[in-house]
Design a protein around this ligand. Structure first.
Ligand code: GLY
Length: 294
């Protein structure tokens, strides 16, 4: 049995369907998640990640991505990368071709070019229009995030489980809309945006990157499962802790989701509903989680 999870309605559907297609054609779990996220990064209609996503405050799309496998804790990540897609493939190459965990900014871009990837303009007519509108009105970023995360999310994070048991987690994002150039959120940070441990399970996050990073949300969820909580209890534990200890962060949604090595999964969200795609050997289902409070 292969179980895949992917965040958010529209972008998650694109990612999980592409991931399952790769899996059904024989891809290993790392390639399965890479394929799912790469397809979504290359889809210019999705505003959460990759080409056509929401730019920073200077109008430039800066991307973050990460991947971690739970057998040996091998991990790779890139942050603040411009002109390159899919950055999830660069993160994978950091994991597999270097002794490092993360490469940043222009040096990550140089690394991608050394792999033979070609630079390209990631902006689209839509992303330029969104930026122009934002420049005119300078709306509250929180209001924008609430509107844009309704179905499109701010990040796609995925978890995969196969017999072994073996888990892999991966994430890709353009980060907080209209962020300061160089700002990095939780998604490429191992422990914050993703975590995977074959002895326990895996977790991922999406939403308010600063709050989720301060929580070290994914590791916190995996540790809670290691101490006996179900995935649902573990995710609620993390989000309740965030609500109690970081109440100022509630201007933006924060979400944690997790799966244990038995294939049980759960998620918790604050402020707004969260949609999680589940695929069990090609059977797809979207589960909606309502916000919790203390
Ligand atoms: N969760 C994505 C970010 O804040 O960058």
């Amino acid at each position: 049995m292969t179980t895949l999870l992917a965040t958010w309605d529209r972008p998650g559907e694109v990612a999980i369907q592409s991931a399952w297609k790769a899996r059904s054609q024989g891809a290993d779990l790392i390639s399965t998640l890479e394929q799912g996220l790469a397809t979504a990064e290359l889809d210019e209609n999705l505003i959460a990640i990759g080409a056509g996503s929401v730019p920073n405050s200077k109008g430039i799309i800066e991307l973050d991505a990460s991947i971690m496998e739970g057998r040996e804790f091998r991990s790779g990540a890139v942050c603040a990368v411009t002109d390159i897609v899919p950055v999830i493939s660069v993160a994978r190459a950091v994991m597999e071709k270097t002794p490092h965990v993360m490469l940043a900014g222009d040096r990550a871009r140089d690394f991608a070019l050394s792999l033979g990837m070609k630079p390209r303009d990631l902006s689209t007519e839509n992303s330029r229009e969104r930026y122009a509108e934002w420049l005119k009105t300078q709306p509250d970023v929180a209001a924008y995030v609430h509107a844009s995360t309704d179905k499109m999310g701010d990040t796609i994070t995925m978890i995969g489980l196969e017999e072994g048991p073996h888990v892999v987690a991966a994430s890709s994002t353009s980060g907080l809309p209209f962020k300061l150039p160089g700002r990095v959120g939780d998604s490429p940070i191992i422990g914050a945006g993703i975590y995977a441990d074959d002895e326990v399970g895996a977790a991922g996050a999406t939403g308010n990157g600063e709050a989720l990073w301060r929580e070290v949300a994914s590791l916190r969820a995996v540790e809670a499962m290691a101490h006996g909580m179900t995935p649902q209890q573990a995710c609620e534990h993390v989000i309740r802790h965030l609500i109690r200890r970081q109440p100022e962060s509630l201007a933006l949604p924060s979400v944690v989701f997790a799966m244990n090595v038995k294939g049980e999964f759960g998620a918790a969200t604050c402020i707004s509903p969260f949609q999680l795609w589940v695929c069990r050997d090609g059977e797809f289902e979207m589960v909606v989680f309502e916000p919790i409070s203390l």
